[in-house]
Design a protein around this ligand. Sequence first.
Ligand SMILES: [Ca+2]
Ligand SMILES: [Ca+2]
Ligand SMILES: [Ca+2]
Ligand SMILES: [Ca+2]
Length: 319
Amino acid sequence: MGQRGGRCAAFDVNGRLIYVKTGLHIFHSILSFAAAKRPNPLCSNCSPPERTGIDFANTLAEGDSLNILNYVYYYNGGGVGIADFNNDGLEDIFFSGNETSCRLYLNKGHLKFEDVTKSAGLETTAWCTGVAIADVNADGWLDIYVSVAGHAEPERRRNLLFVNNGGNPKSEIRNPKFIEVAEVYGIADTSYSTQAAFFDYDLDGDLDLYVLNHANERATLNTPLPKKTHGEGSSNDHFYRNNGAGKGFTDITNEAGILTEGYGLGIAVSDFNGDGWPDVYVANDFIYNDLLWINEERQGFYQPGFQLFRPPNLQQHGL
Ligand SMILES: [Ca+2]
Ligand SMILES: [Ca+2]
Ligand SMILES: [Ca+2]
Ligand SMILES: [Ca+2]
């Protein structure tokens, strides 16, 4: 089941854990835009790695095969997810890496963390972006869905679902163990994915999945890219229905009416029109205006005749 009315956690500038209530069905993840190779720390009050145990750095190599000249979002950074993965009451931290592996740090208390990436089975080689955390298989252990982008080859852009097996119940310290099963669940999306959101769109008790995508297309004054609105766009978002426990997901993007593309960089799920059905707002870059998808009571989504903002927002880089 979703994490209804749960809480998500974050750290304040003094390194203390602060908790934020959320009314959504998921733990929100945060897509950070921290620049790589920054010579100075973002925050001078952050605790040093030798004190906290957190030494993750999203370092970029800027090679010939992948750089800002051939991938427009090269510097967008990775996502961060904060949740209790071993159910010990302490919020742990998962970082996604672009040209470095994702990392999981278990919270040992008193602002000390342990890198358990390898033993947890979370080492990655993909260009990982957004992090979405939810109990996808409703077994009481939080799972991790990682969006993937970056590389030109679609087979290198398969989104990743790490299902949490909960670790050894006989061990005093229950380090979580994950297994990657996105293909099995039918959600190894090969688009350029920015972020994903799990929510129960049809209110049947399981979490469905909206995958926010962008693309890496070239346009010039002589070869402009038209806006595609019939589902044929390479940056079209995707929507998956959860078929129930053990039955995986089905891509119902077309059936759900998600047919207008957009270079998606931000997503929010809420009941925007107050009818009891969760809706989706996505922030898009370039010529693609933001999109508000109103839930048509499990019959799909439609764009309403009104706009939340006037004039319509363009070139949005997040929410
Ligand atoms: Ca924990
Ligand atoms: Ca689970
Ligand atoms: Ca559902
Ligand atoms: Ca609604």
